[in-house]
Design a protein around this ligand. Structure first.
Ligand code: B4P
Length: 190
């Protein structure tokens, strides 16, 4: 049976992490979040974590080679997975091309890319709300949040065309209750 490999895409705070937790349970998939992997490195105070923290605290993207290497290691560690949800990865064209290469070598391509669409003011509200309770340093400062959104528009949003050209891009309204959005995703997965 072919693998269910999905990309969950969207600006910071769109709900990628939130929706991933529902989808991995429903479809029995492995969740690969580069944000979570980077935060684990920061917590463990590794050299890589220290480098990543500096960039994340400014709302900038971490280097392509670092995140591609992390994803490669995680995929190798889960060779028997039914499929993967890529959450927050790819975020640049170089990352998208590297992912396609890794998957085509195994003949297990991305099935679909779901883009959660949420207006900027709602994103800022959600992230400041989380920053008040989560301790995530990149969620506390509105200027950093807006910089993350600018980075997304400049470097990540163009990937919609990359997946659209492959016939895999699906837009999902990301405003509503978490359950409503899960329902929209399940319907789109079909
Ligand atoms: P990530 O950890 O990927 O996180 P995110 O974009 O901030 O948020 P996400 O969309 O997952 O939102 P969530 O569900 O949590 O990135 C953090 C940083 O890591 C980046 O800025 C970058 O520096 C670095 N990084 C990560 N991957 C990288 C890569 N591939 N390349 C380079 N750098 C990389 O939801 C947010 C909040 O909204 C939560 O509080 C949630 O409860 C709330 N929420 C969710 N759904 C809601 C709904 N329907 N209604 C109301 N609130 C909702």
């Amino acid at each position: 049976m072919s693998k269910l490999n999905f990309v969950l895409f969207g600006p910071p705070g769109a709900g990628k992490g939130t929706q991933s937790t529902f989808l991995i349970e429903r479809y029995g998939l492995i969740h690969l979040s580069t944000g979570d992997l980077l935060r684990a490195e920061i917590k463990a105070e590794t050299e890589l974590g220290l480098q990543a923290q500096e960039l994340m605290d400014k709302g900038e993207l971490v280097g392509d080679a670092i995140v591609i290497g992390m994803i490669r290691n995680m995929m190798e560690a889960h060779l028997d997975a039914k499929g993967f949800i890529f959450d927050g990865f790819p975020r640049t064209r170089a990352q998208a091309e590297a992912l396609d290469e890794m998957l085509s070598a195994k003949n297990e391509p991305i099935v679909a890319m779901f883009a959660l669409e949420v207006p900027e003011e709602e994103l800022v509200k959600r992230l400041l709300g989380r920053g008040a309770t989560s301790g995530r340093s990149d969620d506390r400062d509105e200027a950093v949040i807006r910089n993350r959104i600018r980075e997304y528009e400049k470097k990540t949003a163009p990937l919609k065309d990359f997946y659209s050209d492959q016939g895999k891009f699906k837009s999902i309204d990301g405003v509503g209750t978490m359950a409503q959005i899960t329902e929209r995703l399940v319907k789109a997965i079909g």
